[in-house]
Ligand binder design. Structure first.
Ligand SMILES: *[C@@H]1O[C@H](CO)[C@@H](O)[C@H](O)[C@H]1NC(C)=O
Ligand SMILES: *[C@@H]1O[C@H](CO)[C@@H](O)[C@H](O)[C@H]1NC(C)=O
Ligand SMILES: *[C@@H]1O[C@H](CO)[C@@H](O)[C@H](O)[C@H]1NC(C)=O
Length: 567
């Protein structure tokens, strides 16, 4: 079994060169003075605390603002990542070439330093930006299945340099938020205390920190775009529905635009649903706290390593259960913070009305389907997928209907599973391409279409599908491969990188991806509307438009059965 730390290459690619010896940039804010470093024309402030350490009695509690000023901090080291949870993949059955591709590919990566005292932000800006310069701000929420990821993996040097060369400089903020059993433990004990969806609360407090402090770094708090990938994109959507869609703080909007790369609405059962309670119970049991009359006090009193082991004792992403996540945002009906399942909030119109970009990779599901090789026929596929939806008494018949839209015996030239448009190639086990297609569609691609069909009646929306890795064996244009596009230096996939970065910088500045013009290789990106649902296809060689109508029978079924597929 290979360790599945597939993404460490990425650190090398994205970490900025060693700081040059220039006068250290320094910014004074409410809590103290933050001293950063300068490198490659960028000022970096890394690991700025925005909350009290969520440790001891604050473990499993909503984040608290800083109570004691810190005077001066040096924000130049590696910020501690929140506790991580990402192994359990058995790569024995994955072809060697595929593991090699993953080893050489961007995406999500192992954090080098992690620990509970992790609630910090990174701020990056063009070097020498003055306080109150009023630059637009992008606020990054990383992905990692709500189980892993950290600000360590994302350095925005290339993106900011590009914004400067386009004459539209931006300030970049990345937020750490609690993960796994530290950030998304649910169950009735935490619900009755009001301590649910802690990771989302961390992100929210980070946004409030931006509202309070970003002007001192030269950012404009009225021009904030929230941006995320995967679980980060799902978080971005959730930020639009928090507090019933009221995104204001002290009377002003915390953000005015949203970019969601691979993720949007994730319909979920409540924090007290049996499957959520079961995760809580098994963590409590693994922690040795079952017999305690004060279970939460018992969990909070445990040494870090012991609580970490208990929190990580349940199934992880990249294991057999894949996107059937043990930890994720769940509605808490007793708490106004996130009271409704995302699909219900959307249909009620209870979301912040801000322009959006939301798109997908062509093969979102391949990365999550590598380890289920024992699913060999239609019946096993149905049993497996139905188990994702334990609160649906008709899960088997609903899933039976869903899988019927995906041909069981792929024939050359027919819709053939994911990686798409590869005929009978790449099917590493009998149900692989089918499972990859379905997991990708229900978690990301077709859910996006449902989301857009509702939201686009209220806000401006743009959408895309990325295909630039078409031809990559087994994986295709896989989930999270867009990180190198967004953050890269355009050497690997130059045309999509150039285009995506310019569109995003344009959106962050003007809420319109076309506002900076669309010189080749860019094309005019049409708004997504129900009358004309169009995607920009980010292919390796050129951009083009493609109608967002593929797999429409499955899409229609999913759009009309959202409540059947809550996790
Ligand atoms: C620290 O800053 C936050 C705003 O980011 C503020 O709410 C809090 O009161 C400050 N704490 C102190 C001790 O200055
Ligand atoms: C990994 O999978 C292989 C083949 O399915 C199996 O033989 C092996 O026992 C598994 N290893 C672990 C550690 O589960
Ligand atoms: C496949 O393996 C998983 C975990 O290793 C097991 O839980 C499941 O029952 C197996 N499924 C089939 C169809 O054999």
């Amino acid at each position: 079994m290979l360790p599945f730390c597939i993404f460490s290459f990425f650190t090398v690619a994205l970490t900025a060169p060693v700081a040059e010896r220039a006068a250290a940039p320094s910014v004074t804010i409410q809590n103290g003075t933050v001293v950063g470093s300068t490198s490659s024309g960028i000022d970096n402030f890394k690991g700025v605390p925005f909350a009290q350490p969520p440790t001891g009695t604050l473990r499993l509690k909503p984040p608290q603002t800083i109570a004691v000023p810190y005077e001066t901090i040096t924000a130049t080291g590696t910020p501690t990542a929140c506790p991580q949870f990402y192994f359990q993949a058995n790569t024995t059955d994955i072809p060697d070439g595929v593991v090699g591709t993953l080893l050489d590919s961007p995406g999500v990566q192992a954090a080098t330093v992690s620990g509970e005292d992790c609630l910090t932000l990174n701020v990056q800006r063009p070097s020498g930006t003055a306080a109150n310069a009023g630059l637009p701000v992008v606020f990054w929420i990383y992905g990692g299945g709500f189980e892993f990821g950290s600000t360590q993996s994302y350095d925005a040097t290339n993106l900011i340099q590009r914004s400067v060369s386009l004459g539209k400089p931006i300030v970049y903020v990345a937020v750490n938020y609690r993960l796994g059993g530290f950030g998304f433990l649910a169950g009735s004990d935490l619900a009755s205390e009001g301590s649910t969806n802690l990771g989302l609360r961390d992100q929210r407090l980070g946004l409030e920190w931006v509202a309070e402090n970003i002007a001192a770094f030269g950012g404009d708090p009225t021009k904030v775009t929230i941006w995320g990938e995967s679980a980060g994109a799902i978080s971005v959507f959730d930020q639009t529905i928090i507090n019933g869609g009221d995104n204001t703080y002290k009377g002003k909007a915390l953000f005015r635009g949203a970019i969601m790369d691979s993720g949007s609405v994730t319909p979920a059962d409540p924090v007290t649903a049996p499957q959520a309670q079961a995760v809580y119970n098994s963590v409590v049991q693994a922690a040795g706290c079952s017999g305690s009359s004060e279970r939460l006090a018992c969990l909070r009193a445990l040494p870090y390593e012991q609580y970490l082991a208990a929190a990580n004792s349940v199934p992880a992403i990249f294991g057999y259960r894949a996107v059937d996540l043990a930890y994720l945002p769940r509605p808490d009906p007793g708490n106004s913070f996130l009271s409704l399942s995302p699909d219900i909030a959307l249909n009620n119109g209870a979301y912040a009305k801000v322009p959006i970009i939301n798109g997908d990779q062509q093969d979102e599901g391949t990365l999550f389907s590598l380890t289920q090789a024992n699913i060999t026929n239609n019946a096993e596929l149905i049993t497996y997928l139905a188990s994702y939806f334990p609160s649906n008494p008709n899960a088997v018949s609903d899933v039976t209907q869903l899988v019927s839209y995906y041909p069981d015996k792929p024939l050359l030239g027919q819709p053939d599973g994911s990686p798409f448009n590869t005929g009978s190639l790449n099917n590493i086990y009998p149900e692989y391409k089918r499972l990859a297609a379905i997991l990708g569609d229900i978690t990301f691609t077709l859910t996006r279409r449902t989301y857009l069909s509702v939201v686009s009646t209220q806000v401006k929306a743009w959408s895309y599908l990325s295909t630039y890795l078409y031809g990559t064996p087994v994986l295709g244009t896989f989930h999270a491969s867009d990180i190198l596009i967004a953050y890269g230096d355009a050497t690997d996939v130059p045309i999509p990188t150039q285009a995506v970065q310019q569109y995003y910088i344009s959106f962050i500045n003007s809420l319109d991806p076309n506002a900076l013009g669309t010189p080749a290789p860019l094309i005019t990106w049409p708004q997504w509307t129900t009358a004309s649902p169009q995607l920009v296809n980010f292919a390796a060689a050129a951009l083009s438009l493609t109608p967002d109508t593929f797999r429409n029978a499955a899409a229609q079924f999913l759009a009309t059965h959202t409540a059947s597929f809550r996790v």
